[in-house]
Design a protein around this ligand. Structure first.
Ligand SMILES: [Cu+2]
Length: 480
């Protein structure tokens, strides 16, 4: 008996690498006419020399850490070539060969032990500034030279979502390193857990009066994470002049412009016609870079962790919905709001229940951002009848997983939710029925996702469709 995952594993060996060519992206790739910054780079960055006692800060042997859970967070600073979609390949800088870098999840009060390794041969040093920490910036976040590594520790004292980002070469070229991909988030769960969700509703009572009818949901939630940024590129390299002018090339969500929109798979299953609109990530041949939809059942508490890593504001809005709750730093900022503004290096947790089956579009409601990539589509419930019929029709005994998918109230069981939009699980996470391999990342990272059980849709879907056709042909012949 086959499952989608088994087919994915069988087919995994057939596909080789695509976008993994190593490229030594250096500061000299920067296109800029700002001479002062060039001088800072030539100086090797801005480094404050601190008294010796400060060298102990971030030390991992502190007595204050006794009795606490210590969570290791290893990262590697490496430059690789990755696809940008609409603007060709670009010289990416990454934490651990993926954009965004790995997500850290801890509980308030835990000790984070972060180790950044910069491999021998890497063209530039890197650093890591973690906003979840409260330690002296110098020397903690300073440059780590190629061929060396650096560890620091801190207590995650305050719950919330926090950016981490490369600090460049002691601040020099920090803009380039962050805007070419060196960023990620840490989620610090509240020590006493998340609160139940109240959703504002009305009803008509037995007297015919319209009354308030607040609905309450368990704090347990299906979780997503969305990280916003921009790419400023000319010929695949960072263009600092464009950054200074706030003239981005692309707007990215989890490293990708238009990364969560319909694709060829949905068209194949839909059969009666294309539901895809023009975007660069349609084809299954793109493997982990193919765009994917986000799937959620209706009537379920969704918790979305959002960070703005970029250089421009995010006006977060979901077309067709109202944000039921906005939380920052474990303090509720709003109940029921149409749009919430995030400045640079700002975050929030959006709680939302999708009420009706359909397609809902998360956007940065800045039109320049929408048309350059800040579009994220949720399919809530089972709103695509043709896909539903197709999935159900091919649900033979060979593919029991698909029965569960439809019964689960979303398409995530059959197609999975994209791996890079799902944070690591915490104590109040509802598990996704399945994940699919998806990321702006090297083939090695994509393989690690597959090894952890995520479905390689570019292997599984053709195999399912082929088997479905074979079963149908056999049935026709038997009747014949
Ligand atoms: Cu860096």
């Amino acid at each position: 008996m086959f499952t989608i995952a088994a087919i994915a594993v069988m087919g995994g060996a057939l596909f080789g690498g695509t976008f993994t060519a190593q490229l030594n992206a250096t500061a000299s790739d920067v296109k800029s006419d700002v001479s002062a910054l060039q001088k800072i780079q030539e100086m090797g960055g801005l480094e404050l020399v601190m008294p010796g006692a400060f060298a102990e800060m971030g030390d991992c042997d502190s007595a204050a850490y006794e009795g606490r859970t210590v969570v290791d967070f290893p990262l590697t600073g490496v430059s690789i070539t990755l696809p940008s979609g609409l603007a060709g390949d670009f010289n990416a800088m990454t934490f651990s060969e993926q954009i965004p870098g790995p997500t850290l999840r801890v509980t308030q009060g835990d000790v984070v032990r972060m180790t950044l390794t910069v491999p021998e041969g890497e063209a530039t040093p890197h650093g890591n500034d973690m906003h979840a920490s409260q330690v002296t910036a110098v020397p903690t976040f300073g440059a780590v030279q190629p061929g060396t590594s650096k560890t620091y520790c801190y207590i995650a004292e305050v719950p919330g979502v926090y950016k981490y980002h490369c600090s460049g070469v002691n601040v020099a070229a920090m803009d380039q390193h962050v805007l070419q991909g060196m960023y990620g988030i840490a989620i610090v769960d509240p020590i006493d857990g998340y609160s139940k969700l109240m959703v504002e509703k009305t009803a008509v009572n037995e007297n015919g009066d319209v009354i308030r009818d607040r609905q309450f949901y368990s704090p347990d939630a299906l979780e997503f994470s969305l990280q916003y940024n921009q790419l400023y590129l000319t010929d695949g390299s960072y263009d600092q002049t464009k950054m200074f002018g706030h003239q981005h090339t692309l707007t990215t969500v989890n490293g990708q412009a238009l990364g969560y929109v319909p694709n060829e798979i949905h068209n194949l299953l839909n059969q009666s016609g294309d539901i895809f609109f023009l975007q660069p990530y349609n084809s299954m041949d793109l493997h982990q870079y193919q765009s994917q939809l986000l799937f959620t059942p209706v009537g379920v508490h969704n918790r979305i962790f959002i960070e703005n890593h970029g250089n421009e504001p995010v006006f977060f809005h979901i077309v067709g919905e109202i944000l039921d709750r906005v939380t920052q730093g474990n303090r509720v900022q709003s109940h029921g709001t149409e749009t919430w503004l995030l400045g640079g290096s700002q975050n929030m947790i959006v709680d939302i229940v999708f009420d009706e089956p359909g397609l809902y579009v998360g956007v940065n409601h800045d039109y320049a951002a929408i048309y350059t990539g800040a579009v994220t589509i949720w399919a809530a419930g089972l709103p695509l009848p043709n896909i539903n019929e197709t999935v159900t029709a091919i649900s033979t005994e060979l593919y029991p997983v698909i029965d569960g998918a439809v019964a689960a109230g979303s398409y995530a069981g059959a197609l999975g939710n994209p791996y890079d939009a799902i944070p690591p699980y915490g104590p109040q996470s509802i598990a996704h029925p399945a994940k699919n391999v998806h990321c702006i990342c090297s083939d090695a990272v994509a393989q690690a996702q597959a090894d952890s059980g995520a479905v390689e849709l570019w292997v599984a879907i053709p195999a399912i469709l082929e088997e479905s056709a074979r079963v149908a042909a056999e049935a026709a012949e038997a009747e014949g």
